[in-house]
Design a protein around this ligand. Sequence first.
Ligand code: GA4
Length: 319
Amino acid sequence: MVVATEIIINQSPKEKIRELEIPVIDLSGQKSKVAKLIVNACEEYGFFKVINHGVPHHIIQKMEDEGFEFFDKPLPDKIRAGSANPFGYGSKNIGLSGDKGELEYLLLQTNQDSIANTSKFRCAVSGYVECVRDLACKILELIAKGLGVPPSSFSDLLRRIDSDSLLRLNHYPPVTDTSDSSQRGSTIGFGEHSDPQILSLLRSNGVGGLQISLGNGNWVPVGPDPHAFCVNIGDVLQAMTNGRFVSVRHRAMANTLTDRSRLSLVFFGAPPPEAIITCPPQLLKQNKPRYRAFTWAEYKSHTYAHRLGETRLDHFKSV
Ligand code: GA4
């Protein structure tokens, strides 16, 4: 569970909102130590940052430049990338059940040719996806080591050719906040939710917005860090660890506090559609499975049939 000390929550505008210091883990450290740190971070926060992650700067820069170039295009050009159904270009609508947001985005499947236009863009996407997928697999292998389960227990699902992983580019242009001064900065950009997949890797361009739920109605901002990837546990990994790791709810605030656009790149590492999600026996020990076995295809269709903020894993609890 997320524990945060020294947080000022119901702050008046003059008070400084402290940022949640989620663990920052240096991946260049000794493997078994890093594995332990990651498992601790997953158990206590569900979120952590990684540095010395090995994704080359030029690959990130190229993806970010292409992202900005795409969102700078006139609307008809962006719409030509395919309207989000759910993949493609979307603006202010999220998913298929009527959720709204203060952003525009491009949602891409990583196991197909990119929907988006130019080959320059495609080249940036495939270079970026290859690196972040490797990073996600490396983190999942460290998690497996820390938990004492076979090394590929989680990462194999992402390495499979038919893995259903996604790349999302979220663009939050600066918006004018017309609310009174006590409410300023409280407009939501992308509403509260947990990520359905295994693991998410987020990178943003130095403009803040991400907030993590403390589970009691309170939220804490996570500082932007262009040198790190912010990693969080998804619902599938919560199920595969029998609830030992929690897929923590988070949201993004609308970009009302700066005049720079926020661009976040999020890789969602997912299993193949037919993969059966169960907890490895080594993690169950004497405990009963909290969730029934389900396929990713089943989980995904439940996800898309419901609203963004729904606690969808509840539906898969074992009876
Ligand atoms: C939340 C995490 C990812 O951004 C996402 C989102 C998806 C979408 O935008 O198409 C969903 C949302 C996310 C969960 C509930 C459903 C599906 C919008 C929505 C209302 C791509 C994902 O996999 O699930």
